[in-house]
Design a protein around this ligand. Structure first.
Ligand SMILES: C=CC1=C(C)c2cc3[nH]c(cc4nc(cc5[nH]c(cc1n2)c(C)c5CCC(=O)O)C(CCC(=O)O)=C4C)c(C)c3C=C
Ligand SMILES: [Fe+2]
Ligand SMILES: [Fe+2]
Length: 341
């Protein structure tokens, strides 16, 4: 019997923190029609004419701040995750890691699986909450590539795992050493998304952003709503740590451009909390399964400085899932349960 193929895919990171590599990365990332979802002409003018030239030197500086002897933390931890999952699943499985943008590429990983004569391919986009710009883009890319093969093996996709029990308890476990109850407020800061993309994911056209807070509760009707899944992840982590609803806030970071993104923005939440006299914040970033630029720089450095300027004292990041044994066990379980279906 052939091996069962497992493809783990994260977002991607530049090959180096040099401007030329950051430019290549941003160009590939932001030219994705699911990320900047406007007409091809407008996207090309905006990305190639404005964002990439102006943003690349600034973003390169930030990457230099988080790049260490292991390279980009996102790639470093993703590789460890894949290696540990392979080790635990054993020789009946063929595990590959790919990045949606830059390297290692999805094309090359799928070719290696094909050469290894895998009998099936299970794809796990490493994003707990579904978004068209992340999970959707990975699924589309894999389908485009495999769709051109003569023999298309059984291919399956994990669509989201925002409420995965072992993932929830790994985030909770990572927080315990900080004694969450000693902080003034707990923040769940998720990667943001343009509001337009939330609405486009609502196939009923009846739900997302139709009323105040409609995207803050997960129901059967909005089960693919990124915002609702984020709120649900936050609720579950808070419940695991016995944090009452009044003690935590959900917010969204990393907005790009001027149009509205999912709210509240993390910056506004920091202002609001500082105005209420909150001094010490503990911050989870549960849209990411590995530490990356958005956790290590945006939260720790940028939001840390911003909050201090507002009169706050401390912004403490809860580290991501990285190589936590329970997270690796969660991935292994996800693979096995999926294959037994
Ligand atoms: C959680 C999943 C992610 C979604 C959804 C997502 C959407 C999204 N992102 C941008 C723009 C940028 N994101 C950047 C970095 C970045 N984004 C994610 C994840 C999601 N993005 C990760 C894990 C990272 C960090 C990568 C790393 O190398 O550490 C960047 C690059 C940094 C910068 O210049 O600020 C941009 C740009 C958009 C526009 C978008 C949805 C529309
Ligand atoms: Fe992003
Ligand atoms: Fe919604």
């Amino acid at each position: 019997m052939g091996k069962k193929g497992v493809l783990l895919v994260n977002l991607g990171t530049p090959d180096s923190p040099e401007v030329k590599d950051v430019r290549k990365y941003l160009d590939q990332f932001l030219m994705d029609e699911r990320v900047i979802d406007i007409s091809t002409l407008s996207r090309t003018l905006l990305v190639k004419g404005i964002i990439v030239p102006f943003r690349s030197p600034k973003t390169a500086k930030l990457y230099k701040e988080i790049w260490d002897e292991n390279g980009s933390p996102l790639l470093y931890y993703s590789k460890i995750q894949a290696a540990l999952v392979q080790e635990q699943l054993g020789s009946a499985y063929h595990v590959e890691l790919a990045m949606r943008y830059q390297s290692p590429s999805i094309e090359a990983a799928l070719e290696r699986m094909k050469a290894g004569l895998v009998e099936s391919i299970q794809v796990i986009p490493l994003f707990p909450q579904y978004a068209s710009a992340s999970t959707g883009s990975v699924i589309q890319k894999v389908m485009e590539i495999v769709g051109k093969w003569q023999t298309i093996p059984p291919v399956s996709f994990v669509n989201s795992f925002h409420d995965n029990e072992m993932m929830i308890s790994t985030f909770a476990d990572n927080a315990k050493k900080y004694q969450p109850e000693t902080y003034d407020q707990i923040l769940f800061s998720f990667h943001g998304l343009p509001e337009r993309q939330l609405k486009k994911c609502d196939h009923s056209g009846q739900h997302c952003l139709k009323s105040a807070d409609c995207c803050a509760t997960l129901t059967d009707v909005n089960k693919f709503c990124y915002s609702a899944q984020c709120h649900d992840t936050a609720r579950l982590i808070a419940a695991e740590l016995n944090i009452p609803a009044t003690q935590y806030s959900v917010c969204f970071q990393s907005r790009l451009g001027k149009e509205p993104w999912v709210q509240p923005y993390t910056s506004d939440t920091l202002k609001e909390l500082a105005a209420k006299g909150k001094k010490r914040l503990l911050v989870f970033c549960p849209a990411f399964v590995a530490d990356c630029l958005e956790t290590l720089y945006e939260v720790t450095v940028e939001y840390g400085e911003e909050f201090k300027k507002l009169g706050g004292e401390e912004v403490q990041l809860v580290s991501s899932l990285n190589d936590h044994p329970q997270w690796i066990a969660a991935l292994v379980k996800m693979v096995k349960e999926h294959h037994s279906n």
